[in-house]
Design a protein around this ligand. Structure first.
Ligand SMILES: NC(=O)c1ccc[n+]([C@@H]2O[C@H](COP(=O)([O-])OP(=O)(O)OC[C@H]3O[C@@H](n4cnc5c(N)ncnc54)[C@H](OP(=O)(O)O)[C@@H]3O)[C@@H](O)[C@H]2O)c1
Length: 367
């Protein structure tokens, strides 16, 4: 009964997704949203704005109205931000299914970027946890801007004193995803063997360090040029994916964190222990159904095997920022920064991210 239920629900999800994608494309028009209005006498700030889905060419560097905090909000002067694949998924509105949330014909929110670090400039009258002058980091839509506004109780925390603004801005999405994938989905324990596929990117470089801090034996999979870097951040073993396919090595892992999704599920199974857990963080790229095929196969295969295939969606929150802050202060996690771009060159930063070979994090310097 349970098995039939799982298969039926898998098929149902597939059907619903197919119908919704079709509906989105039918209703899709490539018109751009309206230019934002600016109130008379309002203070302005520089920001990256987009009003249509598309390539990095849709991004513009503009003067828009500077926000001011309501009672429970904090206004942060941004010193640094960082780029995540999520940014270009929003920019392109791809996979199409995400336009159900992000806006059908044009993006509902014109701000770009999520991860930031900066200094609190002003707080609403009910805010108790932050004050002007505090150095903070966090995640909020519209972070590629001189200022960002965020409710006090959301993903905002004091910046660890031993980290620069650029380092702190590298953390939110990638490190929270790594933490939640290892701890909540992978249930990783000290002494266990974990393999991280895509160990040299944003999520991977944090996952290697967090897994080590849990006391795990860590294997990182990356390309030749990144082997030394992945070793230097704590991996016990490294596999060069240009020479070796980890699914064919005969070695087995208690937990696999897959940031790439480039191997068939049945092959990845061969590298898991009998009751091992695969956490699917990254997956196939595509506008349509391709990104959903991995999760769908996992859903359909799960009832027949003892291994667990965990779908993953990271969730930004204050509590986990504090966990990561502790790790940084204890010297157990240090962000790896690849390239830096100024705010007016976010389009170039995103072009670089879209190539899929970032070496750690890509940072946007806002000053
Ligand atoms: N589900 C969620 O909530 C969630 C959250 C965060 C991220 N993600 C997804 O997770 C993925 C990784 O994110 P990220 O921020 O780490 O991206 P990233 O910074 O762009 O890193 C991508 C990494 O993938 C590596 N890579 C490319 N091809 C590879 C291969 N064949 N085998 C092994 N590694 C390979 C690259 O290393 P080389 O240069 O060495 O090739 C690069 O370091 C993205 O797809 C992102 O959308 C999902």
């Amino acid at each position: 009964m349970k098995l039939r239920y799982k298969i039926a629900s898998g098929m149902l999800v597939f059907l619903v997704v197919a119908v919704l994608s079709l509906a989105i494309v039918i209703s899709h028009d490539s018109a751009c949203g309206p230019a934002p209005s600016v109130s008379d006498g309002a203070e302005l700030m520089k920001a990256i704005v987009y009003r249509c889905y598309g390539s990095p060419d849709v991004l513009s560097f503009e003067d828009i109205e500077k926000p001011s905090p309501t009672d429970n909000e904090v206004l942060v002067k941004v010193h640094a931000a960082s780029v995540n694949p999520l940014d270009w998924h929003y920019m392109r509105g791809s996979p199409y299914l995400m336009r159900l949330m992000a806006g059908l014909g044009a993006p509902k929110q014109t701000g770009m970027g999520v991860d930031f670090a900066g200094t609190v400039e002003a707080v609403g009258e009910n805010v108790k946890g932050f004050k002007p002058g505090d150095e903070v980091f966090g995640g909020r839509n519209g972070a590629f801007a001189e200022y960002v506004i965020i409710p006090e109780d959301r993903a905002l925390a004091l910046k660890p004193a031993n980290m620069s603004f650029e380092q702190a801005a590298s953390v939110p999405i990638a490190a929270i995803s790594a933490l939640q994938a290892l701890r909540d989905k992978g249930k990783l324990e000290s002494g266990q063997k974990v393999l991280i596929n895509g160990a040299s990117g944003g999520v991977g470089t944090f996952a290697v360090q967090i897994a080590k801090s849990f006391g795990a034996e860590v294997t990182g999979v990356c390309s030749t040029r990144n082997l030394e870097m992945v070793r230097s951040i704590g991996a016990d073993h490294v596999i060069d994916y240009t020479r070796e396919n980890f699914t064919e090595s005969g070695k087995r892992y208690d937990v696999i964190i897959d940031n790439v999704g480039n191997h068939p599920l049945l092959d990845v199974r061969q590298a898991l222990t009998a009751d091992g857990i695969l956490v699917m963080v990254g997956g196939a790229k595509g506008d349509w159904i391709a990104p959903l095929m991995g999760p769908l196969k996992a859903l359909l295969l799960s009832p027949f095997v003892d291994q667990e295939f965990a779908l993953f969606l990271g969730r930004l929150n204050k509590e986990d920022l504090l966990v990561l802050s502790d790790l940084m202060q204890a010297g157990k996690m240090t962000p790896v920064i690849d390239k830096r771009y100024p705010l007016n060159e976010v389009a170039a930063a995103i072009r670089y991210s879209e190539k899929g070979h970032a070496r750690g994090k890509i940072v946007v310097a806002v000053e």
